[in-house]
Design a binder for this molecule. Structure first.
Ligand SMILES: Nc1ncnc2c1ncn2[C@@H]1O[C@H](COP(=O)(O)OP(=O)(O)O)[C@@H](O)[C@H]1O
Ligand SMILES: [Mg+2]
Length: 268
């Protein structure tokens, strides 16, 4: 069964796209056949990755009404594919989510991903309406992205309430966990925010928090995931390996995948 996860937050600029992209890379590196779908009409993934910004994707597929996975972008990792948003005319942004709902484009993307992908990750725009709401309704799991700063923490309950309401009316959207981003042990306010996140949402918060680090700006300047910033990736790239290992544990074993998943001998 293909698992689907949305990365979501009410607030913008909290690191959703960064976390979604680097997690997709880390999942693929662990061998999961991963599809990263951009559901942000502003095309956040295309903006973040060199060589993707001018590609067509979800928006064109919606307009054409044809196959939902046309324009899939292959990457250097055989296990990782991207479905970028492509260009949405600024005048059409309001109508976009309505058209996407009418066409059930996200549901169809998931249906068509069943054969070739183990995991479909949705990056979502800020806010809880529009495309974010659609993605939350379609996925089986949600990761709440919370920047370690006071305002972002105050916005978190709204997302959790929405998820509870959506589950009441029949959506799956289980909260897989909350990931703290842009944390720092050196800045007292950021540290206090991380502690607050811990104390308020103890069971949901992933042990791995994403530190605030200048390397992220270098990676977005270069248009690459952190793991491809150089041949010897920076230390901070490794946090995503830790985070996806935690996510996998919370997802539980894949169907039929647990049989021969014991220790592997180092020496034969
Ligand atoms: N851990 C981090 N440390 C430093 N800068 C970060 C970090 N995560 C994201 N950023 C930067 O913050 C900005 C917003 O991140 P982004 O992932 O686009 O947020 P969102 O998708 O929630 O709007 C980008 O410029 C990104 O490079
Ligand atoms: Mg984004």
């Amino acid at each position: 069964m293909t698992r689907s996860i949305a990365f979501a937050s009410l607030k913008g600029g909290v690191g959703k796209t960064t976390v979604a992209l680097n997690c997709a890379f880390a999942f693929a590196r662990r061998g999961a056949r991963t599809l990263l779908v951009d559901t942000d009409p502003q095309g956040a993934i295309g903006m973040s990755l060199d060589g993707v910004g001018d590609r067509a994707g979800l928006a064109a597929n919606l307009a054409r009404g044809g196959p939902p996975l046309e324009g899939l972008v292959k990457t250097r990792l055989p296990e990782l594919c991207l479905l970028p948003m492509g260009v949405v005319d600024a005048l059409d942004e309001d109508r976009f989510a309505v058209a996407a709902r009418d066409a059930n484009i996200l549901g169809r993307i998931l249906e068509h991903s069943q054969r070739d992908f183990d995991l479909v990750l949705f990056d979502t725009p800020a806010g809880l309406g529009g495309m974010s709401r659609l993605a939350l309704e379609e996925v089986d799991s949600v990761i709440a992205v919370a920047q370690c700063e006071p305002l972002a923490l105050r916005a978190l309950p709204r997302l959790l309430e929405l998820l509870a309401k959506l589950r009441e009316i029949g959506s799956a959207c289980a909260l897989l966990g909350v990931v703290g981003t842009m944390s720092s042990f050196r800045d007292p306010v950021l540290l206090a925010s991380l502690e607050e996140l811990w104390s308020l949402y103890r069971d949901q918060v992933f042990d791995t928090a994403i530190p605030r680090d200048g390397t992220f700006l270098q990676a977005s300047r270069a248009g690459v995931p952190l793991g491809l910033l150089s041949r010897r990736p920076p230390a901070v790239a490794a946090v995503f390996d830790k985070l996806v290992a935690e996510i996998e544990e919370r997802l539980g074993p894949a169907e039929g995948g647990g049989d021969n998943d014991g220790p592997i001998r180092l020496v034969d």
